[in-house]
Design a protein. Structure first.
Length: 186
């Protein structure tokens, strides 16, 4: 039997962080996605224990300033793309990132490329395609509605990007998923 899941990666990460911080009895405030303020001094041993516990889930403590900002850029992009809040779609991504991170877009873009060897635009496209796949799996919106929701200029533009990233058209992706679901139900 196959099951299909809808999940919120932000909520999952936040829950894991809360569980691990509480397990180690550390006072904390979650400031935002990927950012936690520890209220008291933490011994190296406890920090190592926290790091090891989080590493199991693929979560790492970032210590280098450039890496911290790049992680914040990624977090803001994921928040922007996966948020059901329509406010993020009303801005150009460059303006949205600059305002959220309080840095010029030029600085953010150059730093991101320097550290990750890819562009912010490419990272945004990849995240948008992941969101499109998620929305197609849920099967509540048409491709036109998805294109509008994710701020694409047209369905054709979305379809072209989808095919460039996945090798499939959105309709082929939907057909494959539909066949898999029908085989499971049969």
């Amino acid at each position: 039997m196959k099951l299909f899941f809808k999940f919120d990666i932000n909520a999952i990460c936040q829950t894991i962080l809360q569980q691990q911080l509480e397990k180690l009895e550390l006072g904390y405030d979650i400031l935002g996605f990927g950012e936690v303020n520890i209220k008291t001094a933490v011994s190296d041993e406890k920090l190592e224990e926290l790091s090891n516990a989080l590493d199991f889930y693929g979560i790492q403590i970032v210590e280098n300033q450039k890496s911290i900002l790049v992680q914040k850029i990624k977090d803001v992009i994921v928040e922007m793309v996966f948020s059901d809040n329509d406010d993020s779609g009303n801005y150009k991504s460059s303006v949205y990132l600059a305002e959220k991170l309080n840095h010029s877009y030029g600085y953010i873009s150059n730093l991101f490329s320097e550290v990750t060897y890819t562009s912010i635009e490419n990272f945004i496209i990849i995240q948008k395609i992941e969101r499109v796949k998620q929305l197609l799996l849920i099967n509540e919106l048409t491709l036109t509605e998805i294109a509008f929701k994710l701020n694409y200029s047209s369905v054709a533009h979305l379809s072209t990007q989808f095919k460039n990233i996945t090798g499939l058209t959105p309709s082929t992706f939907q057909r494959i998923i539909g066949k898999r679901r029908n085989n499971i139900d049969a």
